[in-house]
Design a protein around this ligand. Structure first.
Ligand code: GLU
Length: 417
């Protein structure tokens, strides 16, 4: 069945179907892997600062838990919807499997615009949402983390609400929490650092021994912002950065640290003086070596894929490329580092955080980053080797490796009861 236009759930399913056919997975197991295990839809009422009552809608989806507890972020965004959360939960299953973490996949979301809510309102949304999903989550069941529109503070509120309900502190219920509450060193920029490691590995297999390369970064949130800064520090030339407000361009190079300072003061990229402002969409067509989509889903489509000039696309975001666009990128011999690999650094350091919390033994930033590098490189080379041996692209290779492991775990466990 052709994927419904821009429905990320349909697109994720059609990719899964193609993968399962390649792996010759039996029809019964195919049906099993297509379904989320648990889907919660909850109503989140709060009293706003003005005293009125507002109702928000929230979701938590656990896709598969056969390799371990469900794991995945919670996003606050006005475009959140159940299909999106189901797709992202499934992607978390494949991501954790691909990098070898003992977790299944989950995702949560609340339809809300955090930029239009006060800290007090956000706290109330978070606490009530946590209360509504409290029986589904837990350190051995389902462990939320930050995603688009949420952060360490939101995790601290979830931790507190969950802990008060249980009558004792349960820091392991979330990852990506503040360091003072048992968070891990290096978690904040882990997704970006992991993404950079996959870019460096790609350059190595391409035989490119230089960082004198130009990069365009779409998105200036946690992932895009940190990726730009880490790449800049390594000597890459950041020629463009875009977010919802603008696309900043300077072919001589931008300083992301300076842009971050500007953004903190002005809450927008517009008006930044050391760059030209382009229409946001133009980020995709710029002359550059590496493109990092680090915003939302469905950004690289059949409309703009043909104009992409980068040689490497590193998917910092989840599902930024539609299947139609994928075909175009492939025809144009663009090397795509797929989301489940390129952005797996975040959940990898989440795993480290969970392990450190369980052991009550905490690692230095250096230890965290070295371990992250090991895991990202191993996953990259496994995927690359599989892709070369089976003559498939990196996304297909990643998907085949990830899905086959989950299918194996599911079949070994059998069907309960
Ligand atoms: N939200 C991040 C992701 O999409 C991190 C999830 C986690 O750490 O559990 O991978």
């Amino acid at each position: 069945m052709a994927a419904e236009k821009n429905n990320v759930w349909e697109m994720t399913l059609s990719r899964l179907d193609a993968t399962m056919d390649l792996l010759k997975i039996k029809p019964g197991m195919q049906k099993y892997l297509r379904q989320p295990r648990k889907t919660l839809e909850v109503s989140v009422p709060i009293k706003t600062d003005s005293g009125s009552i507002e109702i928000f809608k929230g979701y938590r989806v656990q896709h598969n838990t056969n390799r371990g507890p469900a794991k995945g972020g919670i996003r606050y965004h006005p475009d959140v919807n159940l299909d999106e959360i189901k797709a992202l939960a499934m992607l978390m299953t494949w991501k954790c499997s691909l990098v070898g973490l003992p977790f299944g996949g989950a995702k949560g979301g609340v339809i809300a615009d955090p930029t239009k809510l006060s800290a007090n309102e956000l706290e109330h949304i978070t606490r009530r949402y946590t209360f509504e999903i409290i029986d589904a989550i837990g350190p051995d069941k389902d462990i939320p983390a930050p995603d688009v529109g949420t952060n360490a503070q939101v995790m601290a509120w979830i931790l507190d609400t969950y802990s008060m309900d249980k009558g004792h502190s349960v820091p392991g219920v979330v990852t990506g929490k503040p360091i003072s509450l048992g968070g891990s060193q290096g978690r904040e920029d882990a997704t970006s650092r992991g993404c950079v490691y996959t870019i460096l590995s790609t350059l190595k297999v391409m035989g490119i021994d230089s960082t004198d390369l130009s990069v365009a970064v779409q998105g200036f949130g946690n992932v895009g912002g940190n990726a730009a800064k880490i790449l800049y520090d390594l000597g890459f030339k950041i020629i463009a950065i875009s977010d919802v407000s603008a696309c900043l361009y300077n072919k001589k190079g931008l300083n992301p640290f300076d842009i971050e300072d500007y953004f903190k003061k002005n809450k927008t990229l517009c008006g930044y003086s050391s760059a030209e402002e382009l229409p946001r969409e133009e980020i995709f067509g710029l002359e550059c070596d590496i493109l990092v989509p680090a915003a939302l889903e469905n950004q690289i489509t059949e409309k703009n894929a043909g104009g992409i000039k980068a040689k490497i696309v590193a998917e910092g975001a989840n599902a930024p490329t539609t299947p139609e666009a994928d075909k175009i990128l492939k025809q144009n011999s663009i090397f795509v580092i797929p989301d489940v690999l390129a952005n797996a650094g975040g959940v990898t350091v989440s795993y480290f955080e969970w392990v450190q919390g369980n052991l009550s033994y905490f690692w230095t930033k250096r230890e965290v980053n070295l371990k992250l590098r090991d895991i990202m490189e191993r996953a990259f080379y496994e995927t690359y080797k599989f892709s070369s041996e089976h003559k498939v692209d990196m996304r297909t290779a990643a998907s085949m490796l990830a899905v086959s492991r989950v299918a194996e775990a599911t079949s070994l466990r059998g069907i309960y009861p």
